[in-house]
Design a protein around this ligand. Structure first.
Ligand SMILES: Nc1ncnc2c1ncn2[C@@H]1O[C@H](COP(=O)(O)OP(=O)(O)OP(=O)(O)O)[C@@H](O)[C@H]1O
Ligand SMILES: [Mg+2]
Length: 227
């Protein structure tokens, strides 16, 4: 059965300030979405709520199969949210990559071989034995992607995966995201600007003034035509 994300009447407030009210959003398995919006509009908050990491004030997020009506401690096993500022554990790169798989308790030989594949996939083999905290910003992003890839998520939230990266690093991240999409992973990527990662997305959502609008491709084409 295909994975489906449904959001209905989602409201988030901080104190008396209503951050957003999202009437509805539906995402089907295999789709790629760009969530754009100015700094502070609530992109991170929205993604964390959809990933089950934060609680809405009211409304409903469901991910089927494994229906989850409300936020709970039981996070969906096939949904991963990658933080805007990827954090690393105080250990070697290779151990950082292995961490999630070890929690799932598999055969040690299988884990080691999967970790090697993940390191190669993210072009981190040469850094495997280095302390993860010494990685550059671009390398950290690739480490975060490797940690996600190894767990084979069906739905992946990427929060500003290209912030502070140079053009070369952005295209490396774009290549990894392209491969995840080819594998059928559903991806939502937040970014306040367009780049080679967001260009991979077929749906574009704009969070603005507390509401979410879908930008129709036709409007984008018209916009380009005017320039
Ligand atoms: N726990 C909190 N308590 C109070 N206000 C909060 C809390 N978390 C977030 N906010 C506020 O909610 C707003 C949205 O924050 P959020 O991080 O979701 O925005 P964003 O769109 O991801 O911004 P950016 O593009 O800078 O990453 C901000 O004004 C932030 O200060
Ligand atoms: Mg953010």
């Amino acid at each position: 059965m295909g994975l489906e994300l449904k959001v209905r009447n989602l409201v988030k407030r901080f104190g008396t300030r209503e951050l957003f009210h999202i009437e509805q959003l539906q995402v089907q398995e295999g789709q790629s979405l760009h969530l754009k919006g100015e700094n502070g509009v609530g992109k991170t908050t929205l993604m964390k709520i959809m990933a089950g990491l934060e609680k809405p004030c009211s409304g409903d997020v469901s991910i089927t199969p494994s229906h989850r009506r409300w936020w709970s401690d039981r996070l969906h096993p096939e949904v991963i949210y990658l933080h805007q500022t990827p954090y690393v554990f105080m250990s070697k790169v290779v151990d950082n990559v292995a961490y999630g798989l070890k929690l799932r308790k598999g055969n040690r030989h299988d884990i080691n071989s999967k970790v090697q594949q993940a390191l190669e996939w993210a072009r981190l083999e040469h850094l495997a034995e280095q302390p993860a905290y010494s990685l550059s910003g671009g390398e950290r992003q690739r480490l975060a992607l490797a940690r996600a890839w190894i767990l084979a998520p069906r739905l992946l939230f990427l929060d500003e995966p290209t912030a502070n990266l140079d053009r070369h690093s952005v295209s490396t991240v774009a290549e990894l995201v392209r491969q995840l999409l080819e594998q059928g992973t559903t991806i939502m990527v937040s970014s306040h600007q367009s780049n080679s990662v967001t260009e991979l997305c077929s749906r574009h959502l704009h969070l603005e003034h507390g509401t979410l609008h879908e930008i129709e491709p036709l409007i984008e084409v018209k916009r380009y035509a005017q320039h």
